[in-house]
Design a protein around this ligand. Structure first.
Ligand code: F6P
Length: 559
């Protein structure tokens, strides 16, 4: 195992520490003094135009950050990942989500641990596309001979967040008349509400689980199966016997998993199961068969274009010098803000209603990846890691939490994402509503960067204590990510960008961004506590006083 390089012991870190000791951000001054700043700091990434100029960095600081990436071996680590080295050290696995979007004709084939990765990926992709076409053309029929109108993806975490986010984002491409729904929460409300108005004869469930052991997903899959049987029986579509129930499952359930034996044990025919591999992390799995709901609802071509968008970014990261490498630079900026300027959270603010689930998707990607206290060799981290990612689509966020970003005491770097063309061009009495929308994006990034001085406030006639209240310090850092439109390629590029930002930060901190041991303890305890709630006195006695009291409250109030 290659030992992580301690970023804090590099000369680049020392340089950054020195920059910080005399640091006094001045975006107004920097813009006034440097006519080339915007052009120099605006970079292309596939179809994306990324403007870094409103970040709190000088050229010198950026150069030191790039040096930090060099000295911590970001490029080498990336090459190791692409080559299939087992950089997921705690699980002794390769990390090859990038292989899921290699072009079909990629040569030479990527062979890792004796597996022809390219051949296997293409085989499953072909199977996914063929199945999606069968459903879309109506060749695939439910147990009563009806075609599918709804696919319901049952999964959680990486087996849910990517598909639901992308479906929301690319809904205008869902033209085949098949609606996708997503059930994730074990709260029975989720499945009850999502199935309430569905016709069982035209519904296809996809049980998506990498491990096929996840409590939430298997519970929801059983509830869905019960719903299917009961509602088909209720309309006389099936008899209540075992054979017709099995037939109903065969026509209305498919699965996506790395554990096909468990799929079979659940009663799903493995002919209708789509595999993937342990070298695909859950939160990096939307390019795998986990995207089946997307291939069905949006079409295999759209899914292919999405993969191509991801691949564009993979190639950019692989071939672009660090000083022009957009994901690397954005990762480095996050390190600057988190490790030197003390910020603890990062807002992602899409000016695109279609991206309303993008912040939630990024929360798993970034926080499950980089919320770690030990490095990939088991030693403690040497600096803070993993900021909190959060956000909401603009302009909703403006009327909720932007106050704190503008005038609060915490430094919150923010990424603004905008599209030149809307999915739905509408006018309000001659006013292009999208232009008005984008005016807000531009206004917010401008206000955050340049603020409003007390003199400017006074010049408007404000006096006394109100002057301070109406003053904006500015120097609130933002990155603007602009694209022509939310096409499948653009969305793939956007997601790929954040995957590689996350990767860059992980390497600099020396952590394994591909395991998630931190979610295990709660899962184990839930299994121990469940019997205590259900009346097992011994299990109850084993709980701490607070948990016992909360269980007592539950029992007293549960009707
Ligand atoms: O929450 C932990 C986790 O393991 C995630 O990493 C994963 O995406 C999710 O659970 C779902 O896991 P699975 O796909 O195996 O059901």
């Amino acid at each position: 195992m290659t030992a992580p390089i301690d970023a804090t012991s590099t000369s680049a870190w020392a340089e950054l520490t020195a920059h910080h000791s005399s640091f006094s951000p001045d975006l107004r001054g920097w813009f006034a003094a440097d006519a080339g700043r915007v052009e120099r700091m605006s970079l292309p990434l596939g179809d994306l135009h990324v403007d870094l100029s409103k970040n709190l960095v000088t050229d010198e600081i950026l150069a030191s950050l790039v040096k930090l990436a060099e000295q911590t071996g970001v490029a080498d680590r990336y090459a190791a990942m692409l080559a299939g080295e087992h950089i997921n050290t705690t699980e002794d696995r390769a990390v090859l989500h990038t292989a899921l979007r290699r072009p079909a004709d990629a040569e030479p084939h990527l062979v890792v641990d004796g597996q022809d990765i390219d051949a296997d990926v293409q085989e499953v992709l072909g199977k996914v596309a063929a199945f999606a076409e069968r459903v879309r053309t109506g060749e695939w029929k439910g147990v009563t001979g009806k075609t599918v109108t709804h696919v319901v993806n049952i999964g959680i975490g990486g087996s849910d967040l990517g598909p639901v986010m992308i479906y929301e984002a690319l809904k205008p491409y869902a033209t085949a008349g098949i609606e996708a729904r997503f059930v994730s929460n074990i709260d029975p409300t989720d499945i009850a509400q999502k199935t309430a108005d569905l016709d069982p004869e035209t519904t296809l469930f996809i049980v998506a689980s990498k491990t096929f052991t996840t409590l939430e997903t298997l519970t929801n899959a059983r509830l869905a199966r019960d719903w299917l049987w009961e509602s088909l029986s209720a309309v006389g579509a099936i008899a209540g016997d075992e054979a017709s129930e099995a037939d109903a499952v065969a026509h209305h359930f498919v699965a996506v998993s790395t554990a096909l034996d468990r799929v079979a044990a659940f009663g799903i025919n493995t002919d209708n199961a789509f595999g993937f591999w342990d070298w695909v992390g859950g939160r990096y799995s939307v390019n795998s068969a986990i995207g089946l709901s997307l291939a069905i609802s949006l079409g295999p071509d759209v899914f292919g274009d999405l993969l191509a968008g991801f691949h564009t970014v993979d190639e950019h990261v692989r071939t672009t010098p660090l000083e022009k490498n957009v994901p690397v630079l954005m990762g480095l900026l996050n390190v600057w803000y988190g490790n030197f300027l003390g910020s603890q959270s990062h807002a992602v603010l899409p000016y695109a209603q279609q991206l309303n689930r993008f912040p939630a998707y990024l929360q798993q990607l970034t926080m499950e990846s980089n919320g770690k206290s030990v490095r990939w060799d088991g030693t403690p981290v040497t600096t803070d890691t993993g900021e909190v990612f959060w956000g909401e689509p603009g302009t909703n966020g403006q009327h909720a939490f932007y106050q704190l970003i503008h005038q609060g005491t915490h430094l919150i770097p923010a990424d603004f994402i905008a599209l030149a063309n809307p999915a739905y061009p509408l006018e309000d009495g001659g006013q292009d509503v999208h232009a008005l929308f984008l005016a807000n994006f531009l206004a917010q990034t401008k206000a955050l960067a340049f603020g409003k001085t007390a003199e400017e406030v006074e010049a408007e006639g404000t006096t006394g204590a109100l002057v301070a209240a109406r003053t904006f310090t500015g120097n609130k850092p933002t990155t603007s990510i602009f694209a022509p439109a939310l096409t499948p390629q653009v969305l793939g590029q956007l997601i790929g960008l954040y995957e590689h930002i996350t990767f860059t930060q992980g390497v600099i901190w020396g952590i394994n961004s591909f395991d998630q041991w931190g979610v295990e303890l709660g899962k184990q305890l839930a299994l121990q506590i469940a019997p205590a709630i259900e009346g097992d006195d011994a299990a109850l006695a084993g709980q701490d006083a607070s948990t016992q009291a909360l269980i007592a409250y539950y029992k007293a109030n549960r009707t």
